[in-house]
Ligand binder design. Structure first.
Ligand code: ADP
Ligand code: MG
Length: 500
């Protein structure tokens, strides 16, 4: 368009399409908005149905307060909301939504059906909207509450449509959104049906612990410690994962601020501080943290998706969260070694060991693995012959090893002095001491072993008598799916078996 074109107000249709791009990034964003609305409407049961990763259909049915005909028509207008009235209200908003943009945006870029009835009304209302254009408004029956059906997302925004991934990828995002909301509201019953197959049916009135067990399985629960902390201004509750159950990314960290899944830079800092030396660099704890504070102490109006929040007193929040996490992690349960991956055997009377015997020492439950190089802290590495002037800290154990033969153990002998907090093992070596995390060391040993077998092309595997069905969290399932070929090359006979 030429630069001297006259200035014109955009039509609502165009405005909605532009806004849709900001709020609705993919099918999972639609689900997020519809779930937030259902929660805000006071639902105690929310049923989600998805077809083709949400590209074909996203449907959310709730038993909340419903809308009469006027409200239903208003709800799909831009900036129409029942949740705030003045700019001041934004300062203390207690609902998940408040901008009144979501429904207008979704309706602008899909084939949209809304069926709603307040409990006290005899008839409900049905709205049909096609790419933002109202097609039909009729009286309709139906259960009390609201049903949204969103079909063919972005059918009228080809540029957006191109950015959508395959159905399984979009499905993984959808499941993640479902999971987050189900976690944030254990008191609400949630069902998820995917391509006409039921996937989750989570009962209403659950406690967080029950919900966690249903979503993640009993194993995870045993790796968690309860978090309970409060002062006069806010409370922090939930569960903190033991160091042994840490992850390589932050994907298993769920933080809710006044029940809203949210992040803030200060929270990431506090988590790092709270775990401090308990986790090596690059490992992240599993967390389910609920922070409750007065609405006016937190600003949720920072980001279009409201994902990031700002605290009025970030320092106090930070200190509180650090104290909460430390409190949870130093409960006696952990010190007596209740962690599932860590031996609770009391330290043995310091036996003298040769390094090759080390893995079979009583303190570990790991098989003997002779000939596996043990990583050594650079500062304890002995200078290689002829390199005496080189500062020890600049070398790694790998750089010392001749490429063809694996590095030998860095110490001629060592002695297990003991284990601390059921976690770290202290070893005395000929010229110093070493602190070892047996879990990390075991992982490393296995890693080296697999890598060696793989690069040698000689992966040995044996079929199981009966195959094992493994259920993974959605994001891990996606990762596994994307790496099926590699996993097979590593000797795992692995096949996708529906769901996750
Ligand atoms: P917001 O949630 O920011 O208010 P939305 O566009 O998401 O904006 O929704 C607009 C309005 O429609 C809401 O304020 C609410 O009054 C009404 N509404 C939306 N979803 C539901 C629902 N599931 N049940 C009852 N009312 C709803
Ligand atoms: Mg909303």
């Amino acid at each position: 368009m030429s630069t001297d074109a006259p200035i014109r107000l955009l039509t609502p249709d165009v405005v909605n399409k532009i806004a849709a791009g900001e709020i609705i990034e993919r099918p999972a964003s639609v689900l997020k908005e519809l779930l937030e609305n259902a929660v805000d409407a006071g639902a105690t049961q929310i049923d989600v149905a998805i077809a083709a990763g949400g590209i074909k259909l996203i449907s959310v049915a709730d038993n909340g307060k419903g809308m009469d005909r006027d409200n239903a028509l208003l709800s799909i207008e831009r900036h129409a909301t029942s949740k705030i009235r003045t700019a001041e209200d934004v300062e203390c908003v207690a609902t998940l939504g408040f901008r009144g943009e979501a429904l207008a945006s979704i309706a602008a870029c899909s084939r949209f059906r809304l069926l709603t009835r307040p409990a006290e009304a005899l008839t409900g209302t049905e709205l049909l909207i096609n790419g933002g254009r109202l097609q039909d408004v009729t009286d309709a029956g139906g259960p009390a509450g609201t049903i949204f059906e969103v079909r063919d997302l972005f059918f009228n925004l080809p540029a957006r449509r191109k950015f959508m991934r395959t159905a399984p990828t979009e499905m993984a995002h959808i499941q993640q959104v479902f999971l987050v909301h189900a976690l944030g509201h254990p008191e609400i019953g949630f069902r998820l049906t995917v391509d006409a197959r039921p996937m989750y049916s989570l009962p209403a009135g659950a406690k967080l612990e029950d919900r966690l067990r249903e979503l993640f399985g009993p194993e995870l629960i045993s790796a968690l410690r309860p978090v309970v902390w409060r002062n006069e201004r806010f409370t922090i509750s939930g569960y903190a994962g033991l160091p042994a159950a840490s992850r390589a990314d932050r994907n298993e960290q769920y933080v809710f601020i006044n029940r809203r899944p949210a992040t803030a830079p200060i929270i990431a800092h506090a988590i790092r501080e709270g775990y401090h030396t308990l986790l090596p660099a690059g490992r992240f704890p599993v967390l389910f943290i609920f922070m409750e504070l007065d609405a006016e102490r937190v600003d949720v109006n920072v980001h279009p998706t409201k994902r990031e929040v700002r605290f009025r007193e970030p320092q106090a929040i930070r200190d509180g969260l650090i104290a909460a996490l430390r409190g949870a992690l130093t409960t006696p349960a952990q010190l007596t070694g209740a962690g599932p991956l860590v031996s609770a055997v009391p330290a043995p009377p310091t036996p003298e060991l040769h390094i090759d015997d080390l893995p079979s020492a009583r303190i570990f439950h790991y098989p003997a693995l002779p000939g596996i190089p043990i990583p050594v802290p650079p500062t304890l590495a002995k200078p290689a012959p002829g390199a005496a002037s080189e500062p020890a800290a600049t070398r790694t154990s790998e750089s010392e090893a001749p490429p063809a033969s694996p590095a030998r153990a860095p110490w001629a002998w060592c002695r297990v002095v003991g284990q601390i907090g059921g976690l770290y093992v202290i070893l005395e070596t000929e010229d110093g001491f070493v602190i070892m995390d047996p879990h990390a060391a075991h992982e490393r040993v296995l890693f080296e072993r697999y890598l060696k077998a793989l690069s040698g092309g000689a992966v040995i595997s044996q079929g199981l008598l009966t195959p094992e069905t493994v259920e993974l969290p959605p994001r891990d399932a996606l990762r596994a799916r994307q790496n099926l070929t590699l996993l097979r090359r590593m000797g795992f006979g692995i096949a996708e078996f529906g769901g996750n």
